[in-house]
Design a protein around this ligand. Sequence first.
Ligand code: DP6
Length: 334
Amino acid sequence: MISKHHVVQKILKNHNNLNYFSTASAFAPANIALCKYWGKRDAELNLPYHSSFSLSLGKLGVQTTISFAQEDHDIIISNNQMIAQETEFAQRIIEFLNLIRPNKHTYFQIQSTANIPIAAGLASSAAGFAALVKACNRLFNWRLDKQELSILARLGSGSACRSLWHGFVEWHAGLAHDGMDSYGEPFTVQWPELRIAILIVSSQPKNISSRQAMKLASDSPFYHCWLTKVETDLTAIKRNILNQEFLLFGRTVEENALAMHALIQTSWPPIQYTLPATLAAIQKIWQAREQGLALFFTQDAGANLQLLFLQQDTLQVQALFPTAQIIAPFLNVP
Ligand code: DP6
């Protein structure tokens, strides 16, 4: 098995220079998968069995500052709160920092601020690891290209490799054992009228992390069906975007999320992220659609939903879901 350390060495081979800055900052947007990543062919390197596709959330994401710490351990501060070393959150960051420490006595202070609703579970790893990798690139003056940064971000969290860009991003699964061909690539079509809204139906923490749940993915008797479904959906989503065919696009995105949630219920032990409140919101969406509203949803590994619709239907969606936070992912982004 190839280690993370080996991959980092390979990427940084010709990029180590001694002109460090004392501090560096970067921002990365959160991303929502429209065609989900579910199942790893290599859990060490976060290499997926299949490609996936996402939409970044514009200005919603994580801003991270990294600097050298004077203490004899890493310091991790998230949304102005010191995070205890033994938490899973801190451990994942420290594990990543271990890969890039110039020597074992160098420690860092990581300060990150998320402007996404924490309760939505979106403030999580993807934007955080992408911002951290970008900040490290500046701190150490590595001058890596975005493809290399995407690979480094993937080592922290798979979906982070898509958070290096705004707009639509495809994560190519790749075939190589060391994952050097597994990274994000922007799908450079703009869709200014497209809207995505975050609908929080529950702020309870989820009972199992996506990382844990994904370990069980390929045990499902339907995993091979999922692989076929993803391939068809990914092609259809890209085609629907190119043709700006919103009804087909929304249908495929929703189908893909439903297929992922059906799949995870067939793992053992079974996993269920959908709560009664999620189902109530889904039924409301389906009813509104029956009455002619072009509104679709997707759902990540949690109870909350993300709504997809076009600008022209904003008022109707707001009336249905007054608490949803609406994002225009293609407007006012650099
Ligand atoms: C349902 O990227 O969080 O959001 O690679 O173990 O860190 P790790 O998993 P993670 O899984 C995301 C799962 C998903 C689908 C997606 O974002 O594609």
